[in-house]
Write a protein that binds this ligand. Structure first.
Ligand code: ATP
Ligand code: MG
Length: 425
């Protein structure tokens, strides 16, 4: 027998029982972003690999180890997007949306990273990615954080997440810091864990959030980025902190928060939860003033974040915060005997006069008894029965499936009014 086909490891099917939770979350996010006047952009799932290697940084975990990269039939190197920002910036430059303009954009969809699958970490996962271009002051950083805080409140998650905040300063300040950090860490090179040793030359800042105990001890005495900050970055950060305090948002400044991507400067933040085990970050972002220029556009200030939907769905489920799903129940089940080709036009006529009616039509062509059984199992309130007699007389038999109201025959033209008085809209 042929081997059973299966989904790719780490790439999940989202089954019909789960989609109402997803829709609930997505609808909330969409409504909120619309209220803050962010506009949706949709970019391709596949981009030239250079969009990511140049944008995210060749020395980052994502590009170095996690990206799905392949050659297409023309021999071009393409990658499945591991995140959405680089593609969004690519599109913004290509279509002239960024230069000298203010843009608030968002997108939602699947991302791909070849990581070790575990709870909250998958190879295909979904993000909402939000980007704001053309604004350099801390107001917009604050707006993005306040927007997410409002979302947690609306979802009932506010008491389960905390905000961590840091500033990375300008790229120049970071460069200088990087040199000193590497000098310091090189003295302990032999004692560092293997990953950190490798990062020493390609991405030394990532060593700061190493999970290795010995490395952490060494890092504890390393120079701190905060001592290298330029005046303007300091002011920007203080401005953001002040705005958050005034808005009543609690946060913790975490000097070790560096984020995995090269393109950040100044503000970085993460919303973390302890209700998901190890995969605790549900939303992460920051300022990336250098990215637009790096990808070939004119220098444009930018700030954004990405939210992991799987982790939020897991939280909503485990905290039992999913409201009873918007009813997907069946209002009426239609069974028929011998109506032949007359059935579907009649059904459509009913739908024309009440498009929202949830009418399940039995198309299985089985016997009457079986159809009635299925109608009952569907949970419908009424069965609509169409047979020879009904067709001849221009009526439909309406039979209650939930109580012993006697069945009645209703003229097709009057059916919708008849049903409306009985079924709550
Ligand atoms: P982590 O440290 O958990 O690997 P990251 O820094 O790589 O996260 P980002 O690139 O900032 O994550 O992505 C933003 C958000 O997307 C994360 O906070 C998380 O909620 C979600 N996310 C990232 N990678 C995955 C994944 N493999 N599976 C599910 N969600 C993910
Ligand atoms: Mg990661």
């Amino acid at each position: 027998m042929a081997k059973q086909l299966q989904a790719i490891r780490g790439m999940n099917d989202i089954l019909p029982e789960q989609t109402p939770t997803w829709r609930y979350l997505e609808d909330k996010v969409r409504a909120l972003l619309t209220a803050y006047c962010y506009r949706e952009i949709r970019t391709p799932t596949v981009e030239s690999s250079a969009v990511f290697s140049r944008g995210i940084g060749a020395g980052t975990d994502i590009v170095e180890k996690e990206m799905y990269t392949f050659q297409d039939r023309n021999g071009d190197s393409l990658s499945l997007r591991p995140e959405a920002t680089a593609g969004c910036v690519r599109a913004g430059i290509e279509h002239g949306l960024l230069f000298n303009q203010v843009q608030r954009l968002w997108t939602m969809g699947p991302m791909f990273r070849h990581e070790r699958p575990q709870k909250g970490r998958y190879r295909q996962f979904h993000q909402v990615s939000v980007e704001a271009f053309g604004m350099k002051g801390p107001d917009i950083d604050a707006e993005l954080i306040l927007l997410t805080a409002r979302l947690w409140k609306e979802l009932g998650l506010a008491s389960h997440v905390t905000l961590e905040l840091n500033t990375l300063g300008t790229l120049e300040a970071r460069q200088k810091y990087r040199t000193d950090l590497v000098a310091y860490l090189s003295r302990f090179e032999a004692e560092l864990d293997e990953d950190s040793r490798r990062r020493l030359t390609i991405n030394p800042l990532r060593i700061l959030d190493s999970k290795d105990e010995n490395t952490r001890k060494i890092v504890a005495d390393a120079p701190v980025l905060q001592d290298y900050l330029d005046e303007e970055s300091k002011e920007h950060f203080d401005g953001l902190c002040q705005r958050l305090q005034d808005a009543g948002i609690n946060y913790k400044v975490n000097p070790r928060l560096v984020r995995g991507l090269d393109y950040y400067s100044r503000t970085v933040f993460e919303w973390v939860t302890d209700s998901l085990g190890a995969q605790g970050t549900v939303c992460a972002g920051g300022r990336y003033d250098a990215l637009v220029e790096l990808l070939g556009g004119k220098a444009t200030p930018a700030v954004g974040f990405a939210m992991g939907l799987e982790r939020l769905v897991l939280m909503l489920e485990s905290l039992d915060l999913v409201p009873a799903p918007v009813s997907q129940s069946v209002d009426v089940a239609l069974v028929s005997m011998g109506a032949g080709e007359k059935l579907m036009p009649l059904v459509e006529q009913i739908r024309d006069s009440w498009p929202e009616l949830r009418m399940l039509v039995d198309c299985s062509g089985g016997g009457f008894k079986g159809q009635m059984k299925r109608a009952d199992r569907s949970g419908a309130h009424y069965a609509l029965i169409i047979g020879h007699d009904e067709l001849d007389a221009g009526v439909i038999t309406v039979k209650s499936l939930r109580d012993d109201t006697p069945q009645s025959q209703v003229a097709v033209a009057e059916l919708v009014d008849y049903l409306k008085t009985r079924i709550q809209e």
